[in-house]
Design a protein around this ligand. Structure first.
Ligand SMILES: Cc1cc2nc3c(=O)[nH]c(=O)nc-3n(C[C@H](O)[C@H](O)[C@H](O)COP(=O)(O)OP(=O)(O)OC[C@H]3O[C@@H](n4cnc5c(N)ncnc54)[C@H](O)[C@@H]3O)c2cc1C
Length: 259
């Protein structure tokens, strides 16, 4: 079947094309393989390429990242250097040149490592549609809506933690991903690879609130992290294995231990 591709040059133009039933395509790294290999009733694609949604602005410690910003672009932002390790663990340079921040929110686990980071950062996801609104990472959007940007407070590189267990260095989805912001009295831990979508490790966070980040407390929190996981089996790892190694990776991330 042939597909029409619209390339509107504004957000209202994208929304108008979506109202006629199109599917958003950003980098296409997830959409295109599926359209090429799976049955689909999609008749038109709405590209974000010309919609003016790419770019990063940082003002007073708050970053605003356009939804169509590529992962490669994001990795070149000096003030977002704390994210570089996470970005370099995603796919390969070729994919990162195309894949976008907005697209990463919707790819589903075990992909979506940046979405896990954004959840740990407590990012706001800005949505355009009939009404403009903000949602949390992982919340669904309605048909016809569009993510335009994400905003988050810079955590301070010293307060940032990230680790990803994967089979190979390139093009390997997550077995377990852990991203965390650890500030005195404020610990946010997000998990990837261990549930259908990125999840906050609330039980682990509760055990660390108001506590020193020492081995004893971290080990208890790491064990508790499985309470928020719903591990699954796929080509990368079994549910059993994911559950077994999750506490190890939470502990490593929080204590900054090398694998
Ligand atoms: C070989 C390979 C390896 C990979 N490895 C990893 C990995 O290790 N870690 C990881 O995190 N990811 C991985 N990915 C996934 C890749 O990072 C994501 O596919 C990418 O971030 C998606 O962005 P995209 O712009 O290409 O999305 P697209 O393919 O264009 O779109 C993906 C989905 O998001 C929707 N969408 C896109 N942008 C918006 C928007 N602004 N508003 C609303 N909906 C939108 C689309 O409609 C579609 O449903 C891998 C992909 C490949 C092909």
């Amino acid at each position: 079947m042939s597909l029409a591709v619209h390339t509107p040059d504004s957000v209202p133009g994208v929304l108008a094309a979506l109202s006629e039933g199109g599917l958003v395509i950003a980098g296409g790294t997830h959409v295109m393989p599926r359209l090429n290999t799976e049955p689909s009733d999609v008749e038109s694609l709405v590209s974000l390429r010309r919609a003016g949604l790419a770019g990063v602005a940082i003002v007073d410690g708050i970053a605003r990242v356009g939804a169509a910003t590529t992962l490669a672009q994001l990795g070149r932002e000096p003030e977002l250097g704390f994210l570089r390790g996470a970005l370099e663990a995603i796919a390969s340079p070729t994919i990162r040149n195309m894949a976008t921040v907005g697209g990463n929110l919707f790819v589903g686990q075990p992909y979506g490592d940046l979405a896990v980071c954004l959840l740990a950062l407590d990012a706001e996801v800005h949505v355009a549609g009939e009404n403009e609104r903000t949602i949390e990472v992982g919340e669904p959007i309605a048909p016809g809506e569009l993510v335009t940007a994400v905003t988050f407070e810079l955590p301070g590189a010293a307060n940032w933690r990230f680790t990803k267990a994967m089979r190979r260095r390139l093009n390997s989805a997550s077995i377990v991903t852990v991203a965390a912001v650890v500030k005195p009295g404020d610990v946010r831990i997000a998990l990837g690879g261990v549930a259908p979508r990125p999840v906050r490790a609330r039980a682990a966070e509760a055990l660390l609130t108001g506590k020193p980040l020492d081995r004893e407390h971290v080990e208890a929190a790491a064990k508790a992290a499985v309470q928020d996981a719903e591990p699954f089996t796929d080509a990368y790892a079994s549910a059993w294995y994911r559950e077994r190694v999750l506490p190890v990776h939470v502990r490593r991330a929080l204590l900054g231990e090398e694998a």
